[in-house]
Design a protein around this ligand. Sequence first.
Ligand code: HEM
Length: 382
Amino acid sequence: MWAAEIAETGTGFKKIDALSWLSRATLDIIGQAGFNYYFNNLEGGQSELNDAFNTVFTPDQNFNLFRILRQTLPIVRSISNKRMQQMDAAQGVMRRIGLQLIADKKAAILSEKAQQGGGVEKRDLEGRDLLTLLLKANMATDIPESQRLSDEDVLAQVPTFLLAGHETTSTGTTWCLYALTQAPEVQRKLREELLSVSTDTPTMDELMALPYLDMVVKEVLRLHAPVPSTVRIATKEEVIPVSEPFTDRFGEVQDKIRVAKGDYIFIPILAINRDKAIWGEDSMEFRPERWEKESEAASSIPGVWGHLMTFIGGPRACIGYRFSVVEMKALIFALVRAFEFELAVPVEDLIKKTGIVQRPLVRTEMDKGTQMPLIVKAYHHQ
Ligand code: HEM
């Protein structure tokens, strides 16, 4: 599509908002891989759902605070502002489309069974996509009733996976293209490695075997972690050990942190990923080569992937991180082989706005919302 748009200009390049395109691409990908459903978002279909996602993901610091207050203070719960109404409407759209996905899938399974005769059993639900697996736990009559997921249970998973598996990866891939525009030598070296692969459609194993691509993706997900922070709530009183004493807000030196049951614990993912004590003095620089030798200080980070907090760790870590890493690699593989990238605005005009994910905005074009304008040139392999 980009190639066609560039060809149309007759100049060999075009200014393109990478964020919106990648967002459409990752929605199509999670739709297909997760639900065997074709949103055709790249072709302009299902814009209603994309609008709903944009509402939920538009960075709005006040909203985060409002949401927390809304959960904790009953009086605030009764206040509904315009933003809350938009969120409710967006969630309504996601619910309706989720129900449609489930209904379509169930109807397809039942019509197939009606032709063959007999009830639906586990072995009848062979699809590899997530929705089929969930419906297996919902419809199969040979699974005890008490162990089956209800329609509501299945429905609850649909927006979770669509949301969690869509904007995160597109944001990560967008920041990757940005980082490459700021490091032309890395972009060149990466392209050289990618062009050494003899096929346009590598297998997952072929993608995962490319060392420089792996370093670039790790470095992007370190420096530009799409989810910059999260929160946990202590389920019991606990004492957290610290590596060195610190002075608390009352001026007292402490050698541990006491946590009470119910306390909110802020997890500063991005700050840990960029900590100089862990990553060195150049921790704010995009330098994929740092991954040639893994940081010893980072080896104690309990992240589920790459000694990074990007997908956090523990039992509630990101369930989709393997999928996401392969997806990012596949997107970067295709894009960097075919195109060269430059930032279309002065770098100082690009700002990061933090919502659930960190997305780029252009200071001089705030009315356009989040975007990553790039000059994309067709790359002609010699
Ligand atoms: C670069 C891409 C991604 C990043 C940075 C990311 C990051 C995260 C983080 C930080 C969490 C923990 C949130 C919390 O509990 O506070 C999380 C949870 C989750 N992620 Fe991802 N994610 C990515 C891609 C994906 C993809 C592609 C999927 C689905 C295929 C996915 C599915 C989920 C789900 C379902 C959870 C909730 C897990 C649970 O609560 O048990 N994520 N992700």
